[in-house]
Each structure stands twice: as C-alpha cells, then as structure tokens.
Design a protein around this ligand. Sequence first.
Ligand code: AMP
Length: 485
Amino acid sequence: MTFATLGLAPEVQKAVAEQGYENPTAIQSQAIPVILTGQDVLGAAQTGTGKTAAFTLPILTKIIRHASTSVSPARHPIRVLILAPTRELVDQVYDNVATYSKYTGLRSHVVYGGVDLKAQIPALRAGVEVLVATPGRLLDHIGQKNINLSQVEILVLDEADRMLDMGFILDIREIFKLCTNRKQTLLFSATFAPEIVKLSNEFMNNPVKIEVARQNSANESVKQELHPVETGRKRALLAHLIRVHDMGQVIVFCRTKIGAEQVSRELKRAGFNCEAIHGDRDQKARTEALNKFKAGETKVLVATDVAARGLDVTDLPFVVNFELPTNPEDYVHRIGRTGRAGATGIAISLVAPEEDKAYNGIKALLKRDLPLIPVPGFSPGTIQIVDERESSRERFASDRGERGAGRAARGERDRFGRRDSQVRDAHVRDGGMRDSAPAGERMPSRAARDAMDIPAFPSDLPKLPKRGPQIAALFLPKRTAPPQA
Ligand code: AMP
C-alpha cells in the first residue's frame, strides 16, 4: 500500500513525501481509511508505530476545506482538538501537525501548563483550526474565555490511559461535554482499562477498534540484561555500567521525579554529561534537556515514565531501567527505545529486592524468564545466608548455654570471649541481652558487630523474604564468618 492510495489530500501527501516516508505503517494503513470515513476509532498503538501521522494525516485531509486566509478570528474556530497527557507529547504532536499541514493553509497551536498562560493568548484569540493541548491548561483557557470548543468537529485523545493515570478524567469528561458539535472521536491508548472502555461507551459512537501488535513484546533485537543490586548501590552500579559499556547515549528511567533528579545530580557529580526530564522541572528546562539529548550533546538523559512516554527519542544503543516500572507494559515501552531498525540494543535493568513484584510482572507479560546476573563487585550476596542462619541459630543456642555445657566444662569462651556463665547472667539481666556486655568482660559493640556483619541474635538476621525463589536467593546478604575468639 502507498500513501497515494489512502485518499489523503494532495497538500497532505506532498508534506508526507517531503518527510521521505515511502510506505504507510501498519497503523496508518489501517486507521487512515477509517478516519476518513468519519467513524470513531479506538486505537491501540504505541509511539514509534507512526501513530501520530495515522490520525493527523486524515484529520488534516478532512478539515482542509476550512482553511481560510481571512484575518478574522471568527473564520478560524477550533475544528480539531487533540489532547495529550504531557507537555512534551503535546509538543511532539504539534510538530507533526505543523509538518503535515505545511501546505494546507490550516493554523495550529499548542497550549500546556508550566509556561506563562498569558503568552498563549494572542495566538488563540487570532484563531486556530487545530489545537493540541494538555487538559488542565486547556480548561484554564476556557475558564478565561480564550478558547471556545463549540466548533470542534474532531476530538482526539492521545495516550488516553496515561491521561487517566494522571488524574485527568474529570477534565476530560468536561472537555467532551464542551465539544457540543463533536462529530468524530479518536481515542488512542496503550491499554483498554475499564475506565477507558467506560469513557468510550459513554462518549464514542460505535468505534472501530484498531490494534497494531504491541511493539517489542517479542523484539529479539533488544538484549535484556538484568542485574540484581541493593537499592543503595544502584547509583554506583549505574555509573560503573555507563563506563564499562562505554555507552554513547543512554536514557535512564526512574520511577519517581525525586529519584530522577537525584540520579541525574549524582551522575553529574561523577562527571557525566547528564540531564533530567521530569514533571518538577519547568517546561523550558525540559525542552532544552530533550533537545540537547536529541542533538547528541547530552549523553545521559534521566527520565520518568510520564516525562518520557511517547517521546520520539529512539534508536538508542542503551536504555537503563534504574528502577523497574510498576506497570509491566512500561517496561516494554522503555526497552523499545533501543534495538530499532534491526540494530541490536541493550536494555539494562537494575533490580533491587523490593522490586520482585514488578520483576515477576514483567516476566509474566513477556512470558519468558529474565535471569538476574550479578555484576562482579555489586552482587547483593548469595544464598549462603541460609546455612549461616542455621549456624547462627546454633551459635545463639550455644551462647545461651544450651549447647555450651561441654565448652563451659572445658573453660572455653564463646565467640565474644565470654564464659558461658557470664553469657547466661547477662542474658537474664538484660531480658534478652541485646547489646549487653557480660560483667567485667569485653563484648563487641553493636557498631563493631555491624562492621563485622555479624548478627548478634537470630532476630537480627534478615527475614527470609517470601518472594520468588530466584530473586530471594540472590538478595540474601552475604555474611562472613565471625573471627574466632
Ligand atoms: P509516532 O509513533 O507517531 O511517534 O512516530 C514515530 C516516528 O515514525 C516519527 O519520527 C515519525 O516521523 C516516523 N514515521 C511516521 N510515519 C512514518 C512512515 N510512514 N514511514 C517512516 N517513518 C514514519
């Protein structure tokens, strides 16, 4: 199939040809004809599939008849409203709209939060046919009567699941209601959670469902490497891996804004050329960071899922999951940033013990085992603790004199240099002898015991986690034998 056979306006086709696209992608060849007929579409497609062009090209074709050279704002009401969850996505969609509408004479504009609201007003008042917006800021403008949605014919919700995750549901419902002349609705979402289905049942008219294969669910060109490591050592391991792999460019995904900021700061301190994008950074900083990364000036981009979701940053040789995402599908999105177009990419994940749920979720989604391979020097320990626990119990029993009769008879001392009777005395006196020193005897301080990594009491031993056997075994701390007294 070619773009010429899809029924797009010649002005739109011309812009597409300039982009050098030879053939429509799967989502484009499926969605474009349906959208052109005016039907509602419920689309499951992710970034990288050509999804944005899949809705932008037919939309522009449909509204090209409204293009006008008039300077009167009344001749330029909003005909198409595209909602997206983040400012970056709005910008990205807008870039597509601007590119493909180049020869159409249609006007387009963006609104999103985090920047001066007033600065957005003049362009809105002048009138635009296509508006790309985040829901919150859009409603702010509506409240101030800078925007009127009554002429909107086509409403698009991009990354709808993410918008709901971000708590935009009420805003979205309100926006739906304000588009009183809406004729067509297009909703794109990575998942069809019950809320999305509910929304579509309520506001959409018998939508055509279009799904393109989930990207990378079986992309063998992405090599997945997972390393077990304790949380406190992740930053050191990350720096180590960036160095040993000689990563040209890498996106490092963090779960939280605070985490992303901390990791980025640490990497900068360690001398890496690094930037962060997350919701706590202002728009200007985010855009700059992204542009510098795209231009290759920045080597490491630390990002949260929300900030990075849908961003057209692909073809990276490396992606690092500093933390596993809670939602297993985000793992697929994240690692999909690498291994494109036949090139092999490496997706590295640093997995801490408390991430077992996310880890198991990802394995279940991918339906494959993902072995955790320790990095020398960063290994969180081995299964040795199981034996150690037993021997510690024995030691404890011995300390309490249950097994110490022979030793006592021989006048031997325990591992802290205590005679058996002294241990018993202290045990009784201290109601369990935690941190207690037998009278007149030297007992290693708690700090010293910690330094030696010796648990004084069985209760100090790490609890054996009720986790998947593989991950649990790997995370049991390695204990060294106490020095003999
Ligand atoms: P999207 O899924 O919309 O984020 O698009 C991902 C990337 O694919 C963007 O950089 C587009 O410019 C590019 N793209 C879109 N359609 C095509 C096509 N038919 N052929 C080649 N590249 C495309």
